[in-house]
Design a protein around this ligand. Structure first.
Ligand SMILES: *Cc1c(COP(=O)(O)O)cnc(C)c1O
Length: 398
C-alpha cells in the first residue's frame, strides 16, 4: 500500500503498522485503565495520518488528536472513508477566523483556552442548532495554550452559562505538561506543582457547576513516567511511533517500543575521488587518500536536516551485509554524498539501498540522527517531506 509522494521519486519511507499497534499495546499497559488518544498531528509525525490512524483504530483506540482543525477535518474524512463511525476527533488549535460551523458539522471535539474561542464556537453551535463538545484548557505551567489561575475560573463560569443555554457541553478539562520527561527529584517537585494546579482548575470547574467526563493531562512522557498524570485519558504521540520522548531517560528498547519508520534511497552513482578532492558545497570534507563515494538522492528539501552535514550516519545494505557509512560534506537540497571507503573496491554498488533511518541491524535510528543534528527525534521524523512516498507494511516482526 502506497500513498502520497511521486511514483518516480527514488527515496522511500516504510512504515510498519504492526509496530504502531505493538507500541499502542505497550502504552495501554502503562496507562492502565485510562483511555488512549492517538496523537496524529503533523501527518502522524511524518508517518502518514490516514494509515496510522486506521492502525490505531484496529488496536482499539477511539480518540484521535491533532493540532489544527483543518487536519481534523481531513482525518474525519479518512476515517469515515474507511467505514469508521465511532472515532472521536479532538483538535486544539484554530485560526481567529476559523470556520467553526464546518468543524461542528464534522463532529469535531474542540478545545477552548479563552472566552473568545468559546463564544465563537457557541455562536456556530447556535446557527447549526447543535451542542458543541468542548474541552476547556488550563495552563498548568507550559505558558503556551490554556487559561491560568483566575482566567480559568472565569472561563469555567462562561462555559457553564453556555452549557445551560444548550450551546456547548463541557466534555473535558485538560492541559499539557512541559517537563514530564524530567524524572529527577526537581522534576518530581515541578510535577507536583503542576498536578496541583490542574486539581485547582478541576475544583474551579466543579464550583462553576461543570461535570466533565474526561480529565486529561499526560502525553507520552507523563504516561510513561508520571502515573499520577493519567486521569481519564492520555494523549500519546511519539511513543506510538516507537520513539522515546527522552532517549537519555530510556531508549525505545528499554521501553518496549519499536520504531515504526524507515527512510532510504538507492545509491545512484559510485566513484573514486583522488586524494585532495573536496565534497559538496564549500568542500567542507576532503579526501586525505583516494576515497570511494556514493550519491544518494535525498536532501534538505526532503527534510534531511542540513545539520547532518559531515556527521549523520547512513547504512548501506550491500551483498556483503550492512556497511556503516556517514554523510560526507554538506547536505544539499536533493542529494547527499556518503563514504564508501578507501578499499580497492567501493563498499557498495549502484542500486544498493542506503538507509538513513531504520531499525534493522546497524541501521541509524532517528535518535542517532537527532544527536548528530543537535535536535530531538520528534523533529527528525516530522520534517520528512510529503515528496517522499510512504509504503505501509502489516507484517508482524519475525
Ligand atoms: C504533541 C502533543 C501531544 C503528544 O506528545 P508526545 O510527547 O508526542 O506524546 C499531546 N498533547 C498535546 C497537546 C500535544 O501538542
Amino acid at each position: 500500500m502506497t500513498n502520497s509522494g511521486s511514483d518516480h521519486f527514488p527515496g522511500q519511507i516504510d512504515v510498519d503498522l504492526a509496530a504502531i499497534r505493538h507500541n499502542l499495546r505497550t502504552l495501554q499497559q502503562r496507562a492502565r485503565g485510562s483511555q488512549l488518544m492517538a496523537v496524529v498531528k503533523a501527518d502522524a509525525y511524518g508517518h502518514g495520518r490516514g494509515p496510522v490512524a486506521l492502525a490505531a483504530y484496529e488496536a482499539g483506540v477511539r480518540w484521535f488528536g491533532v493540532s489544527q482543525v483543518n487536519e481534523a477535518l481531513k482525518l474525519v474524512a479518512e476515517l469515515t472513508g474507511a467505514g469508521v463511525r465511532d472515532a472521536r476527533v479532538f483538535a486544539w488549535l484554530a485560526a481567529p477566523n476559523q470556520d467553526w460551523e464546518a468543524a461542528l458539522s464534522a463532529g469535531l471535539h474542540l478545545s477552548a483556552s479563552s472566552t473568545f474561542t468559546l463564544e465563537s464556537i457557541a455562536a456556530a453551535a447556535q446557527t447549526l442548532a447543535l451542542t458543541a463538545p468542548i474541552h476547556l484548557k488550563v495552563d498548568v505551567g507550559m505558558g503556551r495554550g490554556g487559561a491560568r489561575g483566575d482566567d480559568f475560573a472565569h472561563l469555567a463560569l462562561v462555559a457553564a452559562r453556555l452549557e445551560a443555554e444548550g450551546l456547548i457541553t463541557v466534555e473535558g478539562i485538560w492541559s499539557h505538561l512541559p517537563e514530564a520527561d524530567d524524572i529527577t527529584e526537581a522534576g518530581h517537585e515541578t510535577m507536583a506543582g503542576q498536578v496541583a494546579r490542574f486539581e485547582r482548575a478541576l475544583a474551579q470547574a466543579r464550583e462553576a457547576g461543570l461535570e466533565p467526563e474526561l480529565r486529561h493531562l499526560a502525553a507520552t512522557s507523563g504516561t510513561l513516567w508520571y502515573p499520577e498524570t493519567h486521569y481519564d485519558l492520555v494523549r500519546v504521540g511519539i511513543g506510538m511511533y516507537g520513539l522515546s520522548p527522552n532517549p537519555q531517560v530510556a531508549s525505545s528498547a528499554d521501553l518496549n517500543l519499536r520504531p515504526a519508520l524507515s527512510l532510504g534511497a538507492p545509491v545512484i552513482l559510485v566513484k573514486r575521488l583522488p586524494a585532495g578532492a573536496g565534497v559538496s558545497y564549500g568542500a567542507t570534507w576532503r579526501a586525505e587518500r583516494p576515497h570511494w563515494v556514493g550519491l544518494v538522492p535525498l536532501g534538505y528539501a526532503d527534510g534531511i536536516p542540513r545539520h547532518g552535514s559531515n556527521s549523520a550516519p547512513v547504512t548501506v545494505q550491500t551483498v556483503d551485509g550492512p556497511f556503516l557509512s556517514q554523510i560526507l560534506g554538506r547536505v544539499c537540497m536533493d542529494q547527499v554524498v556518503i563514504s564508501l571507503g578507501e578499499g580497492d573496491e567501493p563498499a557498495a554498488r549502484v542500486g544498493d539501498w542506503a538507509v538513513l533511518i531504520g531499525s534493522g541491524p546497524g541501521e541509524p535510528s532517528a535518535d542517532e540522527w537527532a544527536r548528530a543534528c543537535g535536535t530531538i527525534n520528534y523533529e527528525i521524523v516530522t520534517r520528512l517531506a510529503p515528496t517522499i512516498s510512504r509504503h505501509y507494511h502489516q507484517e508482524d516482526q519475525p
